[in-house]
Design a protein around this ligand. Structure first.
Ligand code: PLP
Length: 471
C-alpha cells in the first residue's frame, strides 16, 4: 500500500517527513509492505485525533476516568485472557470474589461460599444470560407439565435498552412492552401484569432507565406480581436490568428494595463499566441462588489443562477489567463508592436545577434519582423557537461536548429530549463550563433571523400532525 521509503529517507527522517504521511491510509487491502512502528503508531493515533475527548462525552454511561494505579494494574494485565483459568487461577478467584461482593451488596440470601453469577463483556451479555436462564427455567417447567414451549414472551417497559430487542430477536421470544406517557414516566406494574400470561418467561424492570434516568418501581411490581402468581398459579420471575442502578442504589438509596430482598427477583445484571467505575468492557450477572442457573448454561471445557465450568456467550475475554473491578472494591470500599456516586449525583442535580431555571427548557422529571437526567424544550417557548435541541447538540459539539438529543420511545416518539450523564470525572467546575456553553448557544439561537434546517424539518412534521407555529 505505502510506497517504498524515499531514497533520501532513513531512520533519522522525522515521522511527518516520511512517505507514509503523504500516502492514503489502507482502507480495503492489507498493505504489501511493512511500516515502522513509529509511523504506524502515529497514523493510528492521528486517525482518532478529531474525536471527542472521552470525558466531555456526556452521552455515554461508560467509565472514562480511572486513577493511575487502576490504569497501571489494568495495563499490566493487558495480555491476560480471563478464560485461561488454569493458567491464571487467581484471576478466576478474584472474579468469584467480585460476584460474591455484588451478590451481598444486592442482599443475596445464598449462603454458599461462591455465589452464582458470571462476568460479562457488558450488561448486554449479562442481560442475555439472565434472559436465557429465565427462558430455560420456563421451558423446563412447561415441559414437565406437558405444555407447549413454542411461544415464550417477555414483558418490560417500552424504554428498554436495545439489548432486549436483540435478546428477543436472537432467541425468538416475543417482546411485549408497556408504553410510557408524559405522566406515567416509568413501568406501570398493573399494565405489565396485564400483558403477562402462562408463556411469560420473566418481567424486566429497569433500575436506571437509559432513556430517562429514572427507576422502575421493582418493589411495587414484586408485590403485585406475588398476588398475580398466587392467583394464576404461574411462577413468573423478575430479572432486574440494573445496568446503572446496580451500582447506585446500594450506595445512595440502601433502603430502597429492588434487589434479592424481593421474592420474585431471581437475577440481576449490571455494567461494571458504568457506575462500577471500570473501563469498558465489563458486566455482571448474579442469580439469587445456584438453582436458578440452569445446568444447560454451564459448559465444561477440559482443554485448558483442567475441567472448568464456564457461563457466558463469549469465550476469550480480557482479565484486566476484573482486576480493575476488584481494585475498585478494595481501593474505594463502600464509603469511597458512596462519595463518588454522591458527587456525580450532586453535579447532576445542579445541572438539572440550572437547566430547569432556563425559560427555554423543561425537565422531564422533577427529581434526579440517578446521575443522569433528560430535559425538553419548554412547550410555550417551543411555539416561537427557531431552533431545536438537535441544533444545540451540534453547537455544543463545537466546544467538544457530546450532549445527545434524541426522540423518545414508542407512544411519546414525537418528544425530543436531551440527556446528560454525569460520571466520575465530571466536576462542578466542568458543569459550570458546560452550562455557560449552553447559555451562550441559546443566546446565539435567539438572534436567528430564520429558523434552522432542523427546525423547519421539525415543524413540517408537526404541521402534518395539526400544530401551528408563529414566527
Ligand atoms: C447500558 C445499558 C445496557 C447495555 O449495557 P452495556 O454494558 O453497554 O452492554 C442494558 N440495559 C440498560 C438499562 C443500560 O443502560
Amino acid at each position: 500500500m505505502f510506497e517504498k521509503r524515499h531514497p533520501a529517507e532513513d531512520t533519522l527522517t522525522d515521522i511527518y517527513g516520511s512517505k507514509e504521511m503523504r500516502s492514503p491510509a489502507p482502507t480495503q487491502f492489507i498493505p504489501h509492505d511493512k511500516t515502522s512502528p513509529e509511523a504506524a503508531y502515529q497514523l493510528v493515533k492521528d486517525e482518532t485525533y478529531p474525536q471527542t475527548q472521552p470525558r466531555l462525552n456526556l452521552a455515554t454511561f461508560v467509565t472514562t476516568y480511572m486513577d493511575d494505579y487502576a490504569t497501571r494494574l489494568m495495563n499490566e494485565a493487558i495480555n491476560v485472557n480471563y478464560i485461561d483459568e488454569t493458567e491464571y487461577p487467581r484471576v478466576a478467584v478474584m472474579c468469584g470474589r467480585c460476584i460474591n461482593i455484588l451478590a451481598n451488596l444486592w442482599h443475596t440470601p445464598e449462603k454458599a461460599e461462591w455465589k452464582a453469577g458470571a462476568p460479562a463483556i457488558g450488561s448486554s451479555e449479562a442481560c442475555m444470560l439472565g434472559g436465557v436462564a429465565a427462558w430455560l427455567r420456563w421451558r423446563a417447567r412447561r415441559k414437565a407439565a406437558g405444555k407447549p414451549c413454542d411461544k415464550p414472551n417477555l414483558v418490560m417497559s417500552a424504554a428498554y435498552q436495545v439489548v432486549w430487542e436483540k435478546f428477543c430477536q436472537l432467541w425468538q421470544i416475543e417482546l411485549r412492552t408497556v408504553p410510557l406517557t408524559l405522566d406515567c414516566t416509568t413501568l406501570d406494574a398493573k399494565q405489565a401484569l396485564a400483558l403477562c400470561d402462562e408463556n411469560t418467561i420473566c418481567i424486566v424492570p429497569i433500575a436506571g432507565v437509559t432513556w430517562t434516568g429514572l427507576n422502575d418501581d421493582v418493589e411495587e411490581l414484586d408485590r403485585l406480581l406475588d398476588e398475580y402468581n398466587r392467583r394464576t398459579g404461574y411462577e413468573i420471575p423478575i430479572h432486574v436490568d440494573a445496568a446503572s442502578g446496580g451500582f447506585i442504589l446500594p450506595f445512595l438509596n440502601p433502603e430502597c428494595k429492588w434487589d434479592f430482598r424481593l421474592k420474585w427477583v431471581l437475577s440481576i445484571s449490571t455494567s461494571g463499566h458504568k457506575f462500577g467505575l471500570v473501563y469498558p468492557g465489563l458486566g455482571w450477572v448474579v442469580w439469587k441462588d445456584r438453582k436458578y442457573l440452569p445446568d444447560e448454561m454451564a459448559f465444561s471445557v477440559n482443554y485448558l489443562g483442567a475441567s472448568i465450568t464456564q457461563v457466558g456467550l463469549n469465550f476469550s475475554r480480557p482479565a484486566a477489567q476484573i482486576l480493575g473491578q476488584y481494585y475498585n472494591f478494595i481501593r474505594l470500599g463502600f464509603e469511597g463508592y458512596k462519595e463518588i456516586q454522591q458527587n456525580s449525583m450532586d453535579v447532576t442535580a445542579y445541572c438539572h436545577e440550572q437547566i430547569g431555571k432556563m425559560k427555554c427548557f423543561k425537565n422531564y422529571a422533577p427529581k434526579v434519582v440517578n446521575p443522569l437526567f433528560i430535559w425538553m424544550m419548554d412547550p410555550e417557548y417551543d411555539k416561537t423557537a427557531k431552533w431545536t435541541l438537535f441544533d444545540l447538540q451540534a453547537k455544543l459539539q463545537q466546544s467538544g461536548w457530546m450532549v445527545p438529543a434524541y426522540t423518545m420511545p414508542k407512544n411519546i416518539e414525537q418528544v425530543v429530549v436531551m440527556r446528560i450523564v454525569a460520571r466520575q470525572g465530571m466536576s462542578r467546575d466542568m458543569a459550570d463550563m458546560l452550562l455557560g456553553d449552553i447559555r451562550n448557544a441559546v443566546a446565539e439561537f435567539e438572534q436567528l433571523a430564520y429558523p434552522t434546517t432542523s427546525r423547519l424539518k421539525y415543524e413540517r412534521r408537526e404541521k402534518q400532525m395539526g400544530k401551528v407555529y408563529t414566527h
